[in-house]
Design a protein around this ligand. Structure first.
Ligand code: PEP
Length: 257
């Protein structure tokens, strides 16, 4: 069985007090409401991670993730955060290759391949984001585009290392826009990604790889999206900032697969 994951990407939002309150609310809600096999990953700004670890503690449903890490383990890289620093404070996941990092901070597939390596070396589970801009979707070349991102960012890994990866397909035209991919569009891309993984690593690994969908996931579309055969959860931006909405998204698994 593939892991079902709902990850919340807070981006550069919330102050410490509001972030702690949001986390406490989520902790209280999931205890009673969440299906046992669903995992929640909270990805707040770096500076809140330690405080939130104190709230999440060893909750079996909830893990913490970072939104980025540097490609080096240590050194003269002013302002950066290294993977082993995250591991040391109890962080288990790291989002890598978010479209905002790619577009606003110029992160290339080659750089992301290095970040993937360092994250895995330090026992972090990468949530590797891929996805096409609107122009590529309009040209109907999204399969090629996303295929190249996955190949360049991940396919240097050994089968053992790849089996630790979580993939997040996030069409850029659906991020923060309120425009969600249709279930057909999501399922089609997820199946294509899984096929590509099968061709490289074989069926067992492909069938065990969690592929999340991201792009305006909300409580009212989560159930439909999560009912797609190859959609194993969501990477959620805006709706992860409201406890009720976020937990309702995670609960969408109750009634689907
Ligand atoms: C995201 O930033 O990864 C994202 C999917 O944002 P939103 O849910 O707000 O579209």
């Amino acid at each position: 069985m593939r892991q079902k994951i709902v990850a919340g990407n807070w981006k550069m939002n919330k102050n410490m007090e509001d972030g702690q309150a949001l986390t406490s609310e989520i902790v209280n809600m999931v205890g009673d409401e969440l299906r046992d096999d669903v995992k929640i990953v909270l990805c707040p700004p770096f500076v809140y991670l330690t405080a939130l670890k104190g709230i999440v503690k060893e909750n079996k449903h909830i893990s913490l993730g970072a939104q980025n890490c540097n490609e080096h383990a240590s050194g003269a890289y002013t302002g950066e955060i290294a993977a082993p620093m995250l591991t040391a404070i109890g962080v288990q996941y790291v989002i890598l290759g978010h479209s905002e990092r790619r577009e606003l901070f110029g992160e290339s597939n080659e750089l992301l391949a290095k970040k993937i390596n360092i994250a895995l070396e330090h026992s972090l589970t990468p949530i590797f984001c891929c996805g096409e801009p609107l122009q590529i979707r309009e040209q109907n070349t999204q399969e090629d585009y996303v295929g190249k991102q996955i190949q360049a960012g991940l396919f240097h890994l050994s089968p053992e290392a790849f089996s630790k990866i979580v993939v997040a397909y996030e069409p850029i035209w659906a991020i923060g826009t309120g425009k969600t991919a249709s279930t057909d569009q999501a399922q089609e891309m997820h199946a294509t990604i899984r096929k590509q993984i099968t061709e490289k690593y074989g069926e067992d690994i492909a069938n065990n790889t969690a592929i999340l969908y991201g792009g305006s996931v909300k409580p009212d579309n989560a159930e439909e999206l999560f009912s797609c055969m190859d959609v194993d959860g969501g990477l959620v931006g805006g709706a992860s900032l409201k406890s009720r909405d976020f937990v309702d998204i995670a609960k969408a698994f109750q009634s689907s697969r």
